[in-house]
Design a protein around this ligand. Sequence first.
Ligand SMILES: [Zn+2]
Length: 305
Amino acid sequence: MAAEKTTGIVLRVIPFSETSCIVTLFTRDFGKVTTMAKGARRPKSPFEAALDVLALCRIVFLNKNSDAMGLLTEAKLERRFRSATRSLDRLYAGYYIIELLNSLTDDGDPHPELFELSAQVIKQIDSTEITEEEVGLTLLNYELKMLGILGHLPMLTKCVSCGREKTTIARVSFGLNAGGILCGACRGGESNIVSLSPEGLQFLLEIVGGQIGEQSRNSDNWNGQRQELLSVGENQNSQKELDGRESFSGVAGQSPDSDNTELLESDATGTDADRCLKEVRRLIHKYITHLLGFQPKLYKFLGNL
Ligand SMILES: [Zn+2]
């Protein structure tokens, strides 16, 4: 049984006995780990205030191999999540990140990049680095980066089924099952399709490409899709003139709102950017719900963001 040191974000603390807790953390080096914290509920706990949900702490734990629960032996608080007393919206945003980490990652499957990202975003949400109005966009950025790191980023620049390049500027069909946009020919046999406006798709691509929100991203996947977007953009007009034979977004007699397609509810209020943000957040929420097989509990509390 090895004593392991790492840094973790506290995801869950469940009282186990009068004196002990079961603590789940998302750690930098070991992914999600669940440990027993003996004495954590005593007045003079060896863990002091470290074991609060959303806190970042340095821990030492005995990592039992097999399925047995590890034993937490030390936890030192690095940073507490303070928004609980200041803003309910920021608190819900923090809880939502916790819920995503809990449900989209597996025990003992480390993703250091996701750990760093999560710690950074939790810090931003908990500080004046971003305004209350920016929390929604910050969450969307986080969701998309997380999907990218975990290999679930949807295909957005060409048909996910046949690979046909997107060459038109019309509404597109986004297949929740297929995991990306679908051309007119491939859309027919698919269920769970959401219709996405051209502005929404553009907005989504710009976030993925790092043009909205934070400035820099290093992942090849993100930059690759951005490059493809640029090349699609350059070709858009010439392609349309050259090529009358097939439209990406539709085949004859099939409109985007045909039977198997769901239109995201339209929202007439706010600026264009607000509308795009809302449309894309609804799409990504549907996509994540589809991936998980259930709707995250926190969705209903994110309405103001
Ligand atoms: Zn296709």
